[in-house]
Write a protein that binds this ligand. Structure first.
Ligand SMILES: [Zn+2]
Ligand SMILES: [Zn+2]
Length: 239
């Protein structure tokens, strides 16, 4: 058995999922790459997932001052795997635009760990933020749907990629500033399959949380079909 393993390792040595260097263990990512991630650690707001927390919600969960002052928020819980830094920015751009779909299992595993409170609170359906069909044709894959598929494998929670759809093209959010981001995505999504959403605990998946404009607009759309709750889980968040 170990002979066979040695042969396989010789032909197909385990490689770092990020940089592709040959690994001498089966950790999946090399130490150099792991050190470059700014993982969001345990000290965070239970609700919005912001690192840094200083208050309690009375149930033993730490929540930030903003969340304790704003009870009505679009999301029950929000989490991200790591901070958006130069390293993760490049990684996410490769994943989104340069066909590095091989990164999906690794990124989803990190999201699954970061999203443990969300899965513990209960999720009935995972919905990736949809792309407009013209963009999907051009890019050939929806990066959020790839992550959702992996998260289904890890959590067993079913996914639905067409519960909401994008009904018009928008400019990339990175090209928009501040309030422009809100108007850019306003009314861009439609409920397509309300039966998937009604009375369900919905988890929205996106790549990067910047101002949250896209996710908030998706949540607004999802809310039209009266879900029980809406959470969001992203790869990285911009502080
Ligand atoms: Zn590496
Ligand atoms: Zn908070």
């Amino acid at each position: 058995m170990s002979f066979l393993k040695d042969i396989i390792n010789l032909i197909l040595p385990p490689r770092c999922a990020v940089c592709g260097c040959v690994l001498d263990t089966d950790k999946g990512v090399c130490d150099k790459c792991i050190a470059k991630f700014d993982f969001i650690k345990d000290s965070l707001c239970y609700r919005c997932g912001q690192p840094f927390a200083n208050l309690s919600d009375g149930k033993g969960h730490k929540i930030c001052a903003y969340c304790s002052a704003h009870k009505r928020r679009p999301f029950r819980l929000s989490r991200s795997a790591f901070e958006y830094n130069d390293f993760s920015k490049k990684l996410i751009i490769d994943f989104k635009f340069h066909d590095r779909t091989d990164l999906a299992p690794l990124l989803a595993k990190m999201m699954f760990v970061a999203g443990k409170d969300i899965f513990a609170a209960g999720v009935d359906v995972i919905i990736p933020v949809p792309l407009h069909y013209t963009r999907l044709l051009k890019r050939r894959y929806n990066q959020s749907a790839l992550l959702a598929k992996e998260l289904y494998g890890l959590s067993g929670v079913k996914i639905c990629c067409d519960a909401i759809v994008k009904n018009r093209r928008t400019r990339p959010q990175v090209e928009c500033l501040g309030t422009e981001r809100l108007s850019n995505v306003k009314g861009a999504f439609l409920v397509n399959r309300p039966e998937i959403i009604t009375s369900k605990r919905v988890l929205l998946i996106d790549d990067v949380l910047t101002t949250g404009a896209t996710l908030k607009e998706c949540a607004k759309t999802v809310r039209q079909a009266r879900p029980k709750s809406i959470d969001n889980l992203t790869i990285a968040r911009v502080e």
